[in-house]
Design a protein. Structure first.
Length: 406
């Protein structure tokens, strides 16, 4: 994953000069990415870590949620389509909620636009708020004189992405909540109930069956090690969070996420769906295919999938078709490759990519729904079985004592 931001000036294949910012792990990687775009670099300079201010104390690293970004795109598209020019529209968005992070970022963009900078270059100055896909679509819209249409496409894309993400989260929320409750109940049982029962049985001299004795010893060990585990968790959690925020940590987490049983293929397919949807919008807007793939790879949301997709960029520059390039990555099933090839041969690649995204999203939704239908009864049954078995085993000595008394 990229961890530095570089500002560059470069010449394109037509001899024209263009500039902007790019994120990469090092200056050499930044130069390599620019070369893949067909740019000859004139000057390049590091301006800060990825997600930090790009210049002059700007808010490039300000955290903006997907909901805020989606609302920004929708409202700006609406104002532009109503005939309002860009600067007054941005000013209206700033005044709507001047204290919010999104408004502060919008204010920075507004100042840049008023200073004569293009809207796309202004967005590039805030990489923590606006994804590269967004600035590229805006740049394409500026070139074609259709900025309002570009913003409308971005708004639709972000809204649809949020809907899919929310459906997946909602589908997994119930089984995850029940699983968490089951773990909490069983933990509380061993930490609080089991040690007390052992003391009671020792005091009254009740013979303890082997299985019950094993559970009592386990409960005592859990009670003894609880403080140690809490201490380790308390000290280790900040370190783990810091590691997972680093480029290497995020990449490791993304790789592990893809290897999870059952859920791994779902995460992989969702990453490809986001890639396809973004690529469809970029390709339809006239962005060159190799550049569109490079930008859309970042929209996959998974570092491992992104790294694999970027391997297709040099193949496309060498003249390979998209289907041929993707066939080398090990990410695509035969059905999806066939759809890609059909879209390229039929001259409707953008439409086919959009259909592939919808197809993949629907399949993931069905998988999650089936998984939820399976997990719910299994989780409830496991919870009931564990608690019931623990009560029976731990209560066996008392039942034995009651039988002896009678």
């Amino acid at each position: 994953m990229a961890d530095h931001t570089y500002r560059y000036q470069a010449f394109n294949n037509e001899g024209g000069k263009e500039g902007g910012t790019i994120q990469a792990g090092s200056q050499d990687q930044a130069l390599e990415q620019l070369a893949r775009r067909g740019l000859t670099v004139d000057t390049i300079k590091e301006v800060g870590p990825a997600g930090t201010a790009a210049a002059s104390g700007s808010l490039g690293g300000a955290g903006v949620s997907s909901d805020e970004l989606s609302a920004f795109a929708y409202e700006l598209a609406t104002l532009l389509q109503a005939g309002m020019s860009l600067a007054p529209a941005l000013e209206l968005l700033v005044n709507d909620d001047a204290k919010s992070t999104m408004s502060q970022v919008t204010l920075g963009v507004l100042k840049d636009v008023r200073a004569g900078m293009s809207f796309s270059n202004a967005l590039e100055r805030y990489p923590g708020a606006f994804p590269p896909m967004m600035s590229s679509l805006v740049k394409a819209g500026e070139g074609l004189g259709g900025l309002d249409k570009a913003m409308a496409q971005i708004a639709d894309f972000l809204e649809n992405a949020d809907k899919v993400r929310n459906r997946i989260v909602s589908a997994l929320a119930y089984p995850l909540t029940v699983s968490g409750m089951a773990f909490a109940i069983i933990t509380a049982l061993f930490l609080f109930m089991v040690p007390r029962l052992k003391d009671i049985y020792s005091q009254i001299g009740v013979p303890i069956p082997p299985v019950t004795s094993m559970l009592l010893d386990l409960g005592q060990a859990a009670d003894t090690g609880a403080m140690i585990l809490l201490a380790v968790a308390f000290l280790g959690t900040p370190a783990m969070r810091a590691y997972l925020r680093s480029p290497g940590g995020r990449l490791m987490a993304d790789r592990l996420r893809l290897k999870l049983p059952v859920l791994g293929p779902i995460f992989s397919e969702l990453a490809l769906a986001s890639f396809h949807k973004t690529l469809a919008v970029l390709h339809r807007s006239g962005v060159p295919l190799h550049r569109a793939v490079e930008l859309a790879a970042g929209a996959s949301g998974n570092g491992e999938v992104q790294a694999r997709l970027l391997k297709a960029v040099p193949l496309l520059q060498q003249g390979k078709t998209l289907g041929q390039a993707m066939a080398t990555l090990g990410l695509y099933q035969a059905k999806l490759l066939g759809m890609l090839e059909a879209g390229e041969k039929g001259g409707n690649l953008a439409d086919m990519l959009a259909k592939m995204a919808d197809f993949t999203e629907n399949r993931c939704q069905h998988k999650v729904e089936r998984l939820m239908a399976l997990i719910e009864p299994l989780t409830i049954g496991f919870l009931g079985g564990m608690v019931g078995a623990a009560v029976l085993v731990l209560g066996a000595p008392l039942m034995s004592l009651s039988t002896q008394i009678h």
